[in-house]
Design a binder for this molecule. Sequence first.
Ligand code: NAP
Length: 699
Amino acid sequence: MTGHLPSFVRDAWWTPPLDALGSDGASGAEVRDASTGEVVARVSTEGLDLAGALDHARTVGRASLAALTFHQRALLLKRFALALTERKDELYAVSARTGATRSDSWVDIDGGIGVLFSYSGKGRRELPNSTVHVDGPVEPLSKDGSFLGRHVFTTLPGVAVQINAFNFPVWGALEKLAPAFLAGMPTVIKPATPTGYLTEAMVRILVDSGLLPAGSLQLVSGGVPTLFEHLRLGDLVGFTGSASTAEALKAHPVVQTGVVRFTAETDSINASVLGTDAVEGTPEFDAYVRQLVTEMTTKAGQKCTAIRRAIVPAATADAVVEAVRARIAEKTVLGDPRAEGVTMGPLASTGQRDEVLRQVRALEEAGGRIVVGSTAAPEVRRADGSVDSTAVGAFLSPVLLRFDDADVDAAHTVEAFGPVASLLTYDTTGEAAALVGRGGGSLVTSIATHDPVQAVELATRIAPFNGRMLLLDRDDARSSTGHGSPLPNLVHGGPGRAGGGEELGGIRAVLHHMQRTAVQGSPEMLTALTGVWHPGATARSEGRHPFRKPLDELRIGDQVVSASREVTLDDIETFARFTGDTFYAHMDEEAAAANPFFPGRVAHGYLLVSWAAGLFVDPEPGPVLANYGLENLRFVTPVSPGDEIRVELTAKQITPRETDEYGEVRWDAVIRNQDDETVATYDVLTLVRKQHQAEPVPA
Ligand code: NAP
């Protein structure tokens, strides 16, 4: 008997207990090697306490993640990535059993590890080193500044259940784990049964690493038919899979009544449009064909982003068919991924292959003619180097169907989730755009053209139907990441049939695991809640200059109020000559006065900002290491010769770095004139040492 695939629940490995097994000691589904048909494992959740696992996440997992800041979680993601990198050969070996070639596995395994690195970097660059994220600007709600509004994101209190499709057992799981973990939500991964053993191998490495905070990650190997009964407010489900399963899950009352946040990444009839300028012999034509064949054969076409509809000008269609046929013949070697030279493996299971064959028949019945490839059992290279065409394994040749009538519904609605694409033709750009829209909402569409007019016309019309668009031409063909590759820093998801979401990709994916709340209150309260100083809150300007304080002494609200400095015409002219900025508003009284914004000659804004630095700075060496920029600079009131300016600089946000001896301090800077009018506002960004440096010991 082959063993049961373990789950990892309540911080321990779990397999079905003996009393849950049948008389032959077996239970659950059998999962087989995609090439040889050998049983890899049995998968069952019989006897698993799912409610207990979810509770463990909400209590133990949530508490251990809440004790960490965004930056600490981000660093752990990097360490997860390093732990997986160290043992990725093990994952590659297991991945071959799912039918994945080495390059398919690279997309899944290294792609998944890359997602962890990417979120780790983004989390530390784009989120504060705290647990609350502030969104958007301060909204003043009263004339005297005593009542403000601000939006904040706080972590959802529940568990993120991640239901994944079979095609990317590593990347699919990590793409969702990374943003949930960064947000501070514990995860329960529920992989698809046919390839869940690869997800289990990945989770095992993370568990072995000893890096996982208690309860932060659990894995349920096997079916979860009662899952939704156990979910409650504050929980979230991220689903990836077929539109039909998504429909069924969405119908559950906990989703219908809005108790549980449910998002679906589902199937998508993606398109790739060839421009009318991209005739045979152009670099765009070649790039288009290369990309189409790659999308048909990578992962044996089992990619949610794969091109299902090749939309080409009628005049170029024959040439496209010939070029696709030639490229497949030249580049594709079908077989067991463990055999030398194989470029395309089997589908994930024979069940999946039979399902694809059913969908190909549906496309044929709707008028599609197979013009490249066939549905007969193909010749395949076996692991030992022999070649046969027996039905063992889930193999299928790449198939291109051609439709004479591009309007046929099936071409836009039937997903054959394998190495299958349909060729549809158009005459005008408007027709091409309309055909793309017939997909009912897609994850991605690519457009191959070197004509910006055509690209813009198509792109503006089809963008609302797509989560992502790739504009492919001779300039980016070599560097392009490709039609089918979702990137961790860009939206992955799409409208309509694609699931309706854009919750993956970048910090928006992290925020998807948090609740945005509008908070109204006094500057003092908003400062306390957000950890960001708000104008009107307590500021302390007595005692030591804040530039003398390292991070462990500096507090938000520490302030320096400078002396005043008078602006003279001589200063303005000196600055103009020194910098070469002799713009008329500073140099020509008459022309300046004719300008609607100035009373006459005025000081350069940059002169004022430079002077402000001179007014607030404390010059001696100390904990402030560098000024690395300004943000949000606005010049509000012009300054004329004879006016006086002064500056208030207040520590606004302190972000210690986890891995360095320094951190960032954001200072709120306000320049005012002699009448207390605001002249300029901006944020000064500095790097400041965490602690005082020990005085050098005299020799
Ligand atoms: P699927 O049959 O819909 O299954 C998806 C997941 O749902 C599996 O983990 C499955 O578990 C689980 N599931 C099924 N019934 C459930 C229930 N009642 N409660 C909770 N979970 C349940 O899809 P698939 O065959 O694995 O994947 C292929 C499809 O996914 C294709 O249509 C493809 O287009 C789509 N896909 C979309 C994306 C995207 O990002 N948009 C990415 C990849 C794939 P079991 O396996 O244990 O049944």
